[in-house]
Design a protein around this ligand. Structure first.
Ligand code: IMP
Ligand code: MG
Length: 171
């Protein structure tokens, strides 16, 4: 049986808090919300509803994962088609694990000269970090467990779950 780590009510409350925090930090500014596909789609769609500043929404697709193991390589599968120069970019991610993906992405995006760049990740697994990433906004810190749901997958399954689950060994 799968175990619920965070249920939908807990998630909703935390996402609302994050939305308020981001809105207050960016008060009077326009945010370019850069959503990382596919995993962050559900978190981001909930989070942006609580943003009270001006917001534009962009999507980017990176890959670095095969099954449960990180390959350590980051490939841009889909880039944004807008210019982020002088914009306040807020990257929205599902989970930071080794940090390799975001470390590379930040390096790449900085070359495009945004006014600022911050990360908002629903989950953070600090015990697995291999590369430095400064994650300003974090929903929850978790232990070294593999989770699914609320946008996150195991072999493309379980993304639709409104709760965050720890899947049983036969996945
Ligand atoms: P990393 O920080 O470069 O290792 O990669 C983070 C990405 O790995 C996340 O965006 C997820 O797509 C995936 N990932 C890491 N841990 C998990 C997990 O527990 N469940 C589902 N996906 C995960
Ligand atoms: Mg991801």
């Amino acid at each position: 049986m799968n175990r619920i780590l965070f249920d939908q009510e807990t998630i909703k409350r935390r996402v609302q808090e994050l939305g308020r925090e981001v809105s207050s930090d960016y008060s009077g500014k326009e945010i370019c919300v850069l959503i990382l596909l596919k995993g962050a789609f559900m978190f981001a769609s909930d989070l942006v509803r609580f943003l009270t500043t001006k917001v534009s929404i962009e999507f980017m697709k990176l890959s670095s994962y095969k099954g449960k193991l990180s390959t350590g390589q980051v490939i841009i599968e889909q880039d944004i088609d807008c210019d982020i120069q002088n914009k306040h970019v807020l990257i929205v991610e599902d989970i930071v694990d080794t940090g390799l993906t975001l470390n590379k992405l930040i390096e790449l995006l900085k070359k495009r000269l945004p006014a600022s760049i911050e990360i908002c990740s629903f989950l953070n697994k600090p015990s697995k970090r291999k590369a430095f990433v400064d994650v300003k906004y974090i929903g929850f810190e978790i232990e070294d467990v593999f989770v699914v749901g609320y946008g996150m997958d195991y072999c493309q399954m379980w993304r639709q779950s409104p709760d965050i689950l720890i899947i049983d060994s036969d996945g």
